[in-house]
Design a protein around this ligand. Structure first.
Ligand code: ASP
Ligand code: MG
Length: 497
């Protein structure tokens, strides 16, 4: 499928396509029927499916767990009862006969297990990350079984494969990382024979387990990551992320109605976008694809004929900038030390933030001080207190980081000056041209972030169409007003669902 020359350790000369369907792409019977026809359209390749929980289910499971741990077992059980009924109704609608009976039995036994887990949480009165992983995993266990049965009903030879037996991780519950060798081996052992015999394996995304079999998860939105983990293990020729938007956009269309789909972008650009706050893909997703040089496509399951966004190693685009994004709700922290910020001070600073489980981004450093960026909920007074005598800590809340991403920024030195010209009146702070030279970012007041993004978008993505005369209504207003709200993504530039 890919036109790229790849060198893969796993090259088998076969054309394996991994298709990942997010929550909204399996949310109801109509969505699952679309999934079936998309899978059928890929059967000339060796196709496999990675599926998220039905839209909303992961959050509902979390709510149920929190309710049970708070002693409200009745409400917890009612919540999972609703989840059960939703899956049952879909099974009734989509699957017939003996397969329906088998699916019914499976769903019922999953729910019995889920209910007893909730009883346990009520008794122990706590929901730690380990229990939470076990709980949230039910969403993908259920959806993957439902989708497998539905595909079989549609005459696709689909086989359910338990991701918790194949994706092996460390024990960092809530956000585990794969143990690559074991994972690759198990995935190849479980999936290759099925693919070679013309079966379509179906696995739940997001879920995994430690080498001792304790359930873990890859972090919220982790099904994208599952897809590239699987793709890399199989030396796939492409990974398709099926979602509910047309692809990755040049800006968040809620902020910027003129935002366009990016046809092609590089792995690095997409990774920078994910890092700088665009809810495009789970941030770890691109690493396995990059390592094995597997193109990743972001596609709309409601409009499968669209081209979507292609993410590859090297792009052909000559645009200076690919996208403009913003990370909101951040605080800028200034660390100053009378003796200068040397390695000793830095490591004390690091330790203090670590102690409070507070991830930081370094923005800029000069001899006497360092600027860090943290989430606005960071416990800064405690951290400042811990650092007393070592460094002075000051911070400003209600900031946002605006970031311009583009592979060609480094080749076009005028980009930075154009950025500053666009926002020259906006009290821009702490400007930073990324170490990669693929980004330029700066801090603004949170109240100015939308305006900054719109101005920059207007500058780097001038409308191709001449502005029409709408009888005095400004074109920007009209586009916002005319935008089809049903097609605007739930968040950010893409459809992480
Ligand atoms: N269902 C999980 C979540 O909502 C994983 C995913 O959708 O990728 O976070
Ligand atoms: Mg989800």
């Amino acid at each position: 499928m890919s036109g790229l020359q790849r060198e893969s350790r796993f090259e088998r000369g076969d054309d394996v396509v991994v298709m990942k369907f997010g929550g909204t792409s399996v949310e109801d019977a109509a969505a699952i029927r679309r999934l079936i026809s998309i899978v059928k359209s890929r059967l000339s390749s060796q196709a496999m499916v990675v599926v998220s929980a039905l839209a909303g289910v992961t959050n509902q499971l979390l709510e149920a767990g929190q309710a049970a741990a708070a002693g409200h077992l009745g409400s917890a059980l009612a919540t999972v009862r609703n989840i059960y009924v939703r899956h049952e109704q879909l099974a009734d609608e989509l699957v017939d006969g003996a397969p329906h009976v088998a699916l019914d039995r499976e769903l019922r036994s999953e729910f019995q297990e889920l209910e007893s887990l909730l009883h346990g949480l009520e008794e122990s009165r706590q929901l730690d990350l380990r229990a939470q992983d076990r709980l949230l995993g039910f969403g993908e266990r259920l959806s993957s079984k439902l989708v497998t049965a539905t595909l079989c009903e549609a005459q696709v030879r689909a086989t359910h494969v338990d991701a918790q037996n194949c994706i092996v991780t460390d024990a960092r519950h809530g956000q585990a990382s794969p143990v690559w060798e074991a994972t690759n081996q198990r995935l190849q052992d479980a999936l290759s024979p099925l693919l070679e015999s013309g079966n379509v394996p179906v696995v739940g995304g997001f879920i995994s387990s430690t080498c001792d079999g304790v359930p873990t998860t890859l972090g919220r939105g982790g099904s994208d990551f599952s897809a590239t983990i699987v793709g890399a293990a199989l030396g796939a020729s492409s990974v398709e992320i099926w979602t509910d938007v047309d692809g990755i956009m040049t800006a968040d269309p809620k902020v910027c109605p003129e935002a366009q789909v990016i046809r092609q972008m590089s792995f690095d650009e997409a990774a920078e976008l994910a890092h700088f706050g665009a809810k495009v893909l789970h941030p770890a997703t691109l690493a396995p694809a990059m390592r094995e040089n597997i193109p990743v496509y972001v596609l709309n399951s409601r409009r499968p004929e669209g081209e979507g966004t292609e993410i590859v190693a090297r792009t052909r685009t000559s645009n200076a900038v690919s996208a403009i994004t913003a990370k909101r709700k951040v605080a800028a922290v200034e660390i100053q030390s009378p003796q200068g910020v040397d390695a000793e001070v830095l490591s004390a600073v690091h330790a203090a933030f670590d102690q409070h489980a507070c991830p930081v981004d370094i923005m800029a450093a000069s001899l006497g001080r360092v600027w860090l960026l943290v989430g606005s909920t960071a416990p800064l007074p405690g951290i400042a207190n811990d650092l007393q005598g070592v460094a002075e800590v000051r911070w400003e809340n209600h900031k946002a980081l605006v970031c311009i991403v583009g592979e060609n920024i480094r080749r076009q030195p005028d980009v930075a000056s154009r950025v500053f010209a666009a926002v020259s009146d906006m009290a821009v702070r702490v400007v930073c041209q990324g170490a990669s030279d693929r980004t330029i970012s700066f801090l603004v007041e949170e109240s100015k972030v939308d305006e900054s993004v719109r101005r920059l978008h207007g500058m780097f993505f001038p409308q191709a169409e001449p502005v029409r005369d709408w009888g005095g209504i400004s074109s920007a207003f009209c586009q916002a007003g005319c935008a089809d709200s049903s097609s605007s993504p739930p968040q950010g530039h893409g459809g992480a669902t």
